[in-house]
Write a protein that binds this ligand. Structure first.
Ligand code: SF4
Length: 251
């Protein structure tokens, strides 16, 4: 890997291979999160990076961590048109507080007109709805980046239990590096980080929402349930299509 490689190879093949991900995972084994993340960003080890954030229950930890390293890193927010008003308010609060370089992404109007005219596609085809409102806008935006940062944590669900820090994104042929800085953080560590840095909580957390997505597809979680049990409850669906469950070794 080198600084120019990813950009130079945009039209000639994947930016990264599994071998690159393995090398990075080995290189930073045992390193503290902020140390290795800083080394990756300041050393330009993976080219142009964007952070994809839902401004959900735990998002402030990664947003804070990244903003301390480089506050010019674009923060991509998928504005699906279906968020809780509390999420939009929290997004604005964190953007101001941390001085984020936020970029809101929207679904294509023509897609909505053709495939979700009533705005109710989530109720009978959530995969199709996520495709229109999340997957396509993100794919389009990420095309110009070499790597993305995610806020996924292993403890969130069984489908995320074995994620590495670095993995090659298999969602398209571009071979973008996907980086999971908080993958080995547990709930206590995240809570301690919030406390240490006096980060505000998403207002829905205290109302029983440990994982927060679009309002029609998120319910409260009962004590003892998987933290992501409230997402697409009643559907055989655990991810929105941005992340694919069950693929090894990436997820
Ligand atoms: S989470 Fe629900 S409302 Fe949001 S894009 Fe997916 S299906 Fe649609």
């Amino acid at each position: 890997m080198n600084e120019t490689r990813a950009i130079d190879r945009l039209d000639t093949g994947p930016r990264f291979t599994d071998h690159d991900a393995i090398r990075l995972n080995r290189m930073f084994r045992g390193s503290e999160t902020e140390d290795w993340l800083r080394a990756v960003v300041e050393g330009n080890l993976v080219g142009e990076i964007a952070l994809v954030s839902s401004f959900g229950a735990e998002s402030a930890a990664l947003l804070h961590l990244v903003s301390r390293i480089d506050d010019s890193i674009p923060i991509l927010f998928l504005n699906t048109g279906k968020h809780f008003p509390e999420t939009l308010a929290y997004r604005d609060e964190l953007t101001d507080l941390l001085g984020l370089n936020r970029v809101d992404l929207y679904p294509e109007l023509s897609d909505l007109e053709k495939r979700d005219e009533t705005g109710l596609r989530w109720s009978y085809d959530p995969d199709g709805c996520c495709e229109l409102r999340k997957v396509r806008p993100l794919e389009k935006a990420l095309a110009r980046y070499d790597a993305s940062l995610t806020g996924r944590k292993a403890f969130q669900s069984t489908t995320r239990a074995n994620l590495p820090r670095f993995e090659v994104d298999t969602s398209d042929a571009q071979g973008r590096m996907k980086i999971n800085p908080l993958i080995d953080w547990d709930a206590d560590r995240i809570a301690a980080y919030f406390e240490e840095h006096e980060l505000p909580r998403h207002p829905l957390v205290e109302r029983g929402f440990p994982s927060i997505g679009c309002s029609p597809c998120t319910r409260e979680v009962k004590p003892g349930e998987d933290p992501r049990a409230g997402r697409w409850s009643g559907w055989d669906k655990v991810e929105c299509g941005i992340h694919k469950p069950g693929e090894e070794p990436f997820l």
